[in-house]
Design a protein. Structure first.
Length: 140
């Protein structure tokens, strides 16, 4: 197996750390939200513009961040299937984020970040890392 490109290591470790932080932050915020008694009007102000109930939104986000951590870990180990799972989940997740949020400005930073990650994990050095017989498949 080829050596992992340094940019790939940095991106994947950043993804693991970012997803871990988001997972812990969401879990902490949910426990705080559950402990406080908030009326429905204030809850609507907190989650302005969402179409999904709060509990489903937290569960989906927690599952999403766990999946980011798992796929990034397996991509660090050189597993090619993890790239496909990551891309598929990103498409579903961003579609759902676009659906649940009325404000597209909230979705665009995530879309740009994950689009950049997807482009970088499919560059030729990364392909050589994930698929050892990459030269066999190339036209040259």
């Amino acid at each position: 197996m080829e050596r992992r490109p340094i940019y790939l290591s940095l991106i994947l470790w950043f993804l693991v750390l970012w997803a871990t932080g988001c997972f812990l932050t969401l879990a902490w915020n949910y426990t705080l939200l559950k402990k406080t008694t908030i009326d429905a009007a204030l809850t609507d102000e907190i989650f302005l513009g969402t179409r999904v109930p709060i509990i489903e939104r937290f569960i989906l986000n927690e599952v999403c961040f766990v999946l980011f951590i798992v796929t990034a870990k397996f991509m660090l180990d050189g597993e090619n299937w993890a790239r496909s799972v990551y891309v598929g989940w990103i498409i579903l997740w961003l579609g759902f984020c676009g659906y649940k949020s009325w404000n597209i400005i909230q979705v665009l930073p995530n879309a740009f970040f994950h689009a950049a990650v997807i482009v970088l994990i499919f560059l030729p050095p990364a392909n050589r890392y994930f698929v050892p017989d990459y030269k066999r498949f190339s036209a040259v």
